[in-house]
Structure formats: C-alpha cells, structure tokens
Ligand binder design. Sequence first.
Ligand code: TXA
Ligand code: MG
Length: 346
Amino acid sequence: MSSEPLLQGPRIFRPTTANLARLAALLRRGELVGVPSETVYGLAADALNPAACAKIFAAKGRPTTDPLIVHLASAADLDRVARSNPAALALAAAFWPGPLTLVLPKLAVVPDLVSAGLPTVAVRVPAHPVFRRLIRLAGRPLAAPSANSFGYISPTSAAHVRDGLTGTSLRAVLDGGECLVGLESTIVDLTDPAKARLLRPGGLDAAAIERVLGQKLVRPHRKTISVGVAAPAPGMLSRHYSPRTPLVLHKRLDVRDAVKLASNDACLLLRKPAPADLRHLPPGTLRRLRWLSERGELTEMAKNLFATLRVLDGEGWTRIHAAQVPGGEGLAPAINDRLKRAAAKG
Ligand code: TXA
Ligand code: MG
C-alpha cells in the first residue's frame, strides 16, 4: 500500500440554517466555500478581501489575468461595488436575480485582484435562493468563478465541485442540488451604455436583453486568445470547458453516424433517438451513445451538457464525438460556444 496520506476532499453541507451560518462565518474569516447557483457551482470568497480572493486563483490554477464575477444578494447593492447607469438598471430590473452578469465601472472598494487590474467589475445577482441567503448572512459581496480547475468542464453539482477541487484549500461546499440552467451567465459589458457588448453568450437569451435595451448587442470580434496573454477581452479563451478526452465537434450527428465510429469512440447526441432506431442498432453500439435531451428542448440540453461531458470523460473513450445545435435561437449560441471551446485544441 502507498504510504501517502489520502487526500481529503471538501465536506458537502446541506443548506440548513445552522450550516448556512457556519459557512457564512467561514467566508467572513477569508476562507473559500463552494456555492450552488442556477447556472453552475461557484467557488466563493469575500470579494472585498484580496487575500481571500487570492485563494480562489490558487485553488483553480487560474491566471490572475482572468477577472472574477462579484455576486450580490440584491440589485439594491449594486451601488456598493460599481457605477451603474440607466441601461444597467433596466437590465437589472428585468433579469435579476438571474443568469445575467453586467460589466460596469468599478468602485475603489473592489480589489484590483478581483478585476484583474481592469477599471471595470463584473456583477451578478444569482437566482438560487440558498446562494442569496449565504451572501446576506456573510454580509458582503462574494467573488465567485465557476468551481472547477481552470479550463476543465464547469460543475453543476456539489459532487462535481468536491471531485474537481480535492487537494486544494477548499474545505466546504454548500449543496443546493443540480443547477437548473447548467450554463454560465450571459455577460454584457455596459461600460459604454450606448454600445452594449455581449462578452459571453450564456443562460439568458441575448435577444431578450436586446428587447429590454432597445438596441442590438455588439458581438466583439472573437480573436483567438490563449492563456498567459494579457486579455483585452477576458473570458474569451479559445480552449475552455474541456474534457481530457479529445472532443470532436460535428455539424450534424445522428444515431446512424454512431454505428460508423471507431469502436472505442463515444457519441453525444442532442436528442434521444426514436425507439425504432434504438432497437435496430448493432450490438455494442448503445453503450457508446448518450444524449442531452429526451424531448429535444434547448433548456434540457443546456442543463445536461456539462454533467454528461463529465460522465463521458470518466469512461475511458478514445474520443467523444458531439453535435452542434442547429439554428441560432434561444440557448443555441451559448451551447455551441461551450461545445466549440471544449473541442478547441489550445
Ligand atoms: O454563471 C456564472 O457566471 C458563474 C456563476 C458562479 O456565477 N460564474 C462564472 O465565472 O462563470 P467564471 O469566472 O468562470 O467566468 C467569468 C468570466 C471570466 O471569463 C472573466 O474573464 C469575465 O467573466 N469577467 C470578469 N470580470 C470581467 C470584467 N471586468 N470585464 C470583462 N470580463 C470580465
Ligand atoms: Mg469558468
């Protein structure tokens, strides 16, 4: 037997009143806590404490050129961390709490480490009630990126957080169940409200944002940005959300294509095949097949995407083949964005 001590992972806490008080106290003392949100699980620390936020970067292995999102319990707290404007207030009224992050000029209380030295800060009010209760109890805004090691698939359950961050300084994860949206928030830069920019497609449909703003969002040029390069538009790394198993992205993929794949390749379909198609599969093919949705709904695909990629990544396949979502409506751009980055080479 090995003489190395077994690494103890963080403990998972149910969201009882006593546990919430305990975790809020940890946060006030400058410790990390894994937190549930409607989008993905976050790795939270006191946003106003640079030493606490430094632990986030260390635990994730995240470069300090990549700024953090600051989470508030209520839109009324926005003025504590950022300089807002009428467009930001309109979006906050329409979509907070919810999967929308706004980038605004930052106030001096926000440490430079949180904003990666930028004059702006990303802010969001999450919809998960347990997360908001924890922010209230902690009594300060919480900085939280997704609770995965840098570049890996984002976590959508407390177990994902524990499995991915065992061996780091994270000691506690608050269990709020599976994430209902399953994709990170949509990020809109409102530093110049006349030219609102979509920095990341996400869990809130960009068309809904455009309707409230009464203007089209500018889609910044997606130049390839790699780790270690100063990021003029952070959050746009070409490789991200990636399984360790190579992911091959196809324009279309259906159950008939699965039959033609190499025998140790897996196939991730968007939708469950018809029963007749499943019945006529050659032996051994079904075990290589997974699907993101039963009914072909985009919300269901988004919710299952990261968890299904994690399952496939743990099964020892040579390659994972996946299909892009057709059309550009609703959550399709956000799902395809994650799939493209997960498949990107570097
Ligand atoms: O849904 C979400 O947004 C989740 C949950 C936990 O809230 N958080 C999340 O955080 O996805 P993270 O760190 O994985 O992604 C946040 C992105 C980063 O890629 C970062 O570059 C960008 O937001 N960002 C943060 N501050 C920014 C700023 N001041 N200007 C531009 N982009 C910023
Ligand atoms: Mg992330």
